[in-house]
Design a protein around this ligand. Structure first.
Ligand SMILES: [Zn+2]
Length: 586
């Protein structure tokens, strides 16, 4: 078992000397309060890698890798967080917590262990049911979908019988308490107090950690009138949806060996591609990829091929996943399938070779976007070129790596037949000025953070008490449109001033955000005082509201001040209050 309490992790971090740990891998030289060396994460001749021992973080000015001591070991040793904690404990000679942990930690660990056992037993029960007489309908369903027995065995598919509480009775008989069964989410309590199975008459797909322990299930309906079609386990102490990639436990070795992963959407896409032996595959199961899923994947590869329906590629969740992957520095290719097709249907209809062909024909995501955009407008006319340029500049502004961004800029220039200098200048403008909420929230870059945000982040890292105090005065609405919102929310989520520390914050951030914070903290000189920054952020919010009210007033006045007099008066009043508040904050 490898569950460490937050207290153990914090203690370990406090004991670790980040300079000593990193020096085992990278020779460092002291310059003032920080240490410098050649970055282990990109090749360079002059040192741009710096370590700040007081604040416990490292940052590379070249490739922007950054984070705390755990993050360094994750990147350097290509290990997951739990393994890194264990490794650091070993390095420091600290006993692993099972023996030393607090009561809370022990209780948590016992609960999680209990939940893993429940899931193991449930998976075995579902497998037995699928093989037995009651599983006939489910076996036929799987056969109809072209899933072979060998694949069923390898992926551990099962069947949840239709009765109200078959699983519950089996698990209770094995000695699991009602409380634990309820906590597992596999059993529900009815209004009348009875306990019943969550999954009934469904094909059961076990969802496992990359190590193979089952932590949740997905259940596919068998009858046409059964809703929902897919029912999933709720989140539990052992299962967080956004941190799991389906199938990684089965394909991780081949992903590492072949150096890339094919990302598909559903369980049956996964099963079909896996069965065909077409590619090392994982499934995101649902919506856009989360930063945590990307961190998980990064341990195995940074090359990803996505196969999407032609109508959906470049839109919605698919586009967001691609953008986030690009922003996190992944190589992303897109294999476009015909409209209405997914890997499952393609392989079943046209065979594995047709799918492999699609994968071979996959193209870099950015090139794909470029062609898409170029195809949708008439580049022979100014208007078409303007639309094309606008779309592509927004994409270019989100590319984190400046060399890759320049290269993309040249491609845009070539396509639109505009000089490269003009395009590059526009990209720089777009990168600084882009304000679209979605991208600002998902893909923060140094350039678009307001100086007040930077100042507050700097304070959180270097003057934690002062920074945290200032942050505490901000409401959710103050943070609403900020690029640094994820960072501030994570800091606020750390609870009281006692729990807050720069490194505990770093540890909770996605790779992109941890880099962002480290890059700001790497500035040696203090920025504006934290309290001033917080006030500036509040002022910005008031100004946003004031502008919105003004727009509304203008609109109503245009419609006719006579009819809307009362409403306009009310808005004027609100505007006056805001102006007053803005003055106070200035
Ligand atoms: Zn570097």
């Amino acid at each position: 078992m490898s569950f460490f309490s937050q207290r153990f992790i914090d203690d370990l971090r406090a004991q670790a000397n980040i300079v000593q740990v990193i020096q085992e891998y990278v020779p460092l030289k002291r310059t003032g309060g920080t240490y410098k060396g050649l970055c282990p994460f990109h090749s360079e001749k002059t040192p741009s890698f710096s370590v700040n021992p007081d604040r416990g973080f490292f940052y590379c000015f070249g490739c922007h890798a950054g984070g705390d001591v755990f993050k360094f070991l994750e990147l350097q040793e290509k290990l997951g967080f739990q393994d890194v904690v264990r490794l650091l404990a070993q390095k420091l000679g600290v006993p692993i917590p099972e023996e030393t942990d607090s009561d809370d930690g022990r209780r948590d660990a016992a609960l999680r262990e209990g939940l893993l056992k429940v899931h193991e037993s449930a998976a075995a029960f579902f497998r037995d049911q699928l093989a037995g007489p009651s599983g006939a309908r489910a076996r036929r369903y799987l056969a109809d979908r072209g899933i072979e027995t060998q694949t069923i065995d390898r992926l551990g598919f099962g069947y949840a019988p239709g009765g109200p509480d078959a699983l519950k009775r089996r698990l209770a008989g094995a000695g699991f308490t009602d409380a634990l069964l309820l906590e597992s989410g596999l059993v529900l309590r009815r209004d009348n107090g009875e306990l019943i199975d969550r999954f009934r008459h469904r094909v059961m797909v076990p969802i496992a950690r990359e190590t193979g322990s089952v932590i949740a299930f997905g259940g596919r309906a068998l009858d046409a009138d059964q809703v929902p079609k897919y029912l999933n386990s709720p989140e539990t102490p052992i299962y967080t949806k956004g941190r799991t990639l389906y199938g990684l436990n089965v394909t991780r070795a081949s992903i590492k060996e072949l150096g890339y992963a094919v990302l598909v959407e559903g369980y049956f896409d996964f099963a079909q591609v896996f069965q065909a032996g077409s590619a090392p595959v994982v499934a995101s199961c649902g919506t856009a990829l989360t930063p945590q899923q990307m961190q998980l994947l990064r341990r195995f590869t940074t090359k990803v091929v996505l196969s999407y329906d032609a109508d959906l590629a470049g839109q919605g969740a698919a586009a967001r996943s691609c953008e986030l992957l690009v922003a996190e520095g992944f190589d992303v290719n897109v294999a476009v399938l015909d409209a209405g097709q997914d890997p499952d249907t393609l392989i079943r209809r046209h065979g594995p070779e047709a799918y492999r062909q699609k994968l071979r024909n996959s193209r870099p995501y950015l090139e794909y976007l470029l062609d898409q955009a170029a195809g949708s407008v008439d580049l022979g006319h100014d208007e078409g070129r303007r639309v094309f340029l606008g779309k592509m500049l927004a994409v270019a502004a989100r590319i984190p790596d400046s060399a890759a961004r320049d290269q993309f800029g040249d491609r845009i220039a070539h396509k639109a037949r505009i000089t490269e200098e003009v395009v590059q200048a526009e990209i720089r403008k777009a990168a600084v000025g882009r304000r679209t909420e979605l991208t600002a929230r998902e893909l923060p870059t140094f350039g678009e953070l307001k100086s007040a945000e930077k100042g507050l982040i700097w304070a959180l890292m270097h003057r934690p008490a002062e920074g945290f105090e200032a942050l505490r005065g901000l409401e959710a609405a103050d943070l609403d449109t900020l690029s640094g919102r994820d960072v501030f929310e994570a800091a606020q989520g750390l609870g009281g001033a006692q729990e807050f520390s720069p490194s505990s914050l770093l540890q909770r951030l996605s790779t992109v955000n941890a880099q962002l914070v480290a890059s700001i903290a790497a500035t040696p000189t203090p920025l504006a005082p934290a309290l001033d920054c917080a006030r500036a952020i509040q002022r910005l919010r008031c100004e946003r509201e004031r502008a919105a009210i003004q727009r509304e007033i203008d609109r109503l006045q245009e419609l006719g001040a006579g009819q809307h007099g009362q409403e306009i008066d009310r808005l004027w009043h609100r505007k006056k209050n805001l102006l007053h508040r803005i003055e106070e904050l200035t």
